[in-house]
Design a binder for this molecule. Structure first.
Ligand code: ATP
Ligand SMILES: Nc1ccn([C@@H]2O[C@H](COP(=O)(O)O)[C@@H](O)[C@H]2O)c(=O)n1
Length: 212
């Protein structure tokens, strides 16, 4: 564990399934700080909207729901957990149904404000991962990274976790990338890393060598 991360925010953004959460967890564990998965909050809003049969394009219903039953992100170095009261949502957040709806929910400015307010209230230091951590939420972060890889490589990796075939996963990832384009640009001061030729530890090490 390193002790140089005091009062530091590291941002790791990137396209869908580029390795953001796995890499962030590895970096956070090496630094001895938590990592924060912003995508899980968008996923939680989506799951709850779907369960309540709400129109995912309409912010007022979603925000009323989230206000009445607050969602809490528990950032840990090994993996984030998401709670609504006593109910843990974490295991339900990576279904294909949530994947299909989440970009619609994430396009709503009111939902983005709801997520951003929760993230900005967290105590430093931490590693924050998502799409707009380095550009919008923590533009003052000391170190910024952006992960990419071809859609095919990302789909092959994801296929090892899910019982779906690679072309179907690839098409879904490309659709999500397209819908997320607006909030997914790398920060001008981010180091862009093509994770295609690297294994997980290779990406983690590439980042750690650039940190104090
Ligand atoms: N460099 C790598 N080499 C091999 N496998 C990797 C690499 N990076 C990530 N993976 C694997 O790819 C899969 C997707 O990674 P991960 O879930 O961390 O991506 P993500 O960007 O957080 O995804 P999402 O955007 O859907 O939340 C995981 O199975 C992970 O172990
Ligand atoms: N900063 C962010 C993070 C996520 N999103 C949206 O949430 C979806 C799920 O995120 P994952 O990190 O789990 O892939 C993602 O597809 C985006 O729609 C976002 O907009 N901004």
């Amino acid at each position: 564990m390193r002790y140089t991360a005091l009062l530091m925010i590291v941002t790791i953004d990137g396209v869908a399934a580029s390795g953001k959460s796995s890499v962030s967890s590895g970096v956070a564990q090496a630094l001895g700080v938590p990592y924060v998965s912003s995508g899980l909050l968008y996923r939680a809003a989506t799951l709850l909207g779907l369960e309540a049969s709400l129109d995912l394009h309409a912010a007022p219903g979603l925000l009323t729901l989230l206000g009445a039953h607050p969602v809490r992100l528990e950032p840990l170095a090994g993996g984030n957990r998401v709670w609504q009261g006593e109910r843990e949502l974490t295991d339900d957040l990576h279904s294909s149904r949530v994947d299909r709806g989440v970009s619609v929910v994430a396009a709503l400015p009111e939902v983005r404000e709801w997520v951003d307010a929760q993230l900005r209230a967290l105590p430093e230091p931490f590693v924050a991962e998502g799409r707009d951590m380095g550009t919008n939420v923590f533009p003052h972060a000391s170190h910024k990274f952006y992960l990419t890889a071809s859609a095919r490589i990302r789909a092959e990796r994801r296929a090892r976790e899910r019982p779906e075939d690679v072309p179907a996963i690839e098409a879904a990832l490309q659709r999500r990338d397209e819908l997320d384009t607006v909030q997914s640009a790398p920060a001008p001061d981010a180091l862009v890393i093509d994770t295609g030729p690297l294994d997980l530890q290779g990406v983690i090490d590439t980042i750690l060598t650039r940190l104090p």
